[in-house]
Design a protein around this ligand. Sequence first.
Ligand code: A2P
Length: 295
Amino acid sequence: STKLYNLPSGDKIPGIALGVWRANPGRVGEAVKTALRAGYRHIDGAWVYGNEAEVGVALKESQIPRDQIWLTSKLWNSFHAPEDIEPILDDSLQKLRTEYLDLYLIHWPVAFKAGTDNEIDYDLTENPYPTWQKLEEMVEKGKVRNIGISNFNIRRIQNLTANPLKIQPAVNQVELNYWNPQPELLKWAKDNNLLLEAYSPLGSAEKVKKSLEVPLVKNIAKELNITPAQVYISWHLQRGTVVLPKSVTPSRIEENFKVVTLPQKSFDELEEAAASHPPERAVDPSEWWGIDIFG
Ligand code: A2P
């Protein structure tokens, strides 16, 4: 799909990205190349995934002009202190072999103390404004075109946007799937002109199998002569979010880019079914980090 969304900056972000979380070294480069051949023009990565250098090589080898590809990376929790941001952004830029990112996100609404990988910095966590101001400076410097957030709930978004921001967050990247459809957040984001990006759109590794066997989804797939994965990815686009399916399997990478418009009835049925069970989050590091991230 080549659906594009408009951002406040005027940039247009492609609706489907190849997600590369847990795309292992040795496989991620090939996955990126397969995706680009299939028509993807959006790669969603992060410094902490540890695979940016291989992604960078694949992007270069594809010979697709840089300005035709949308590249997202994310600021890891250990680097929220303003003085630590530019060096780690530069590290991502160097690994990705590019002069600029299209989008740079605060990966989690959680700051670690510099030099640690689990000690919470409560001041910077509760007040992300200094971090945000530095990201605004990175936009002014031309190293980043758009800035946004990830894993922020409404309270944490409002806590950030209560400050006199020069640049509003362009997106909030969150978990969205059949098991955790977050209709309230989706509605709030639409009302507040904030684009959401859906990570783990098929339910994340452990749950994908279960997702693909939901009878309603199998029925819709059969009716439309598409696969259950394509039903889900089409559903996300129709909900108005960017969707970030991860795969390192060539046939799946191709499959995930071929979406349809679901009939309204099927869309409504799926929306209702997704909301009809208690939400189950696939990704929540609250316990490891000792902080209620979604509270
Ligand atoms: P793999 O990378 O081995 O192809 P999510 O995007 O929700 O996190 O799901 C990613 C998981 O789903 C990965 O384990 C990926 O496996 C698998 N996956 C991705 N696309 C498909 C598909 N079209 N059909 C089945 N499994 C898929």
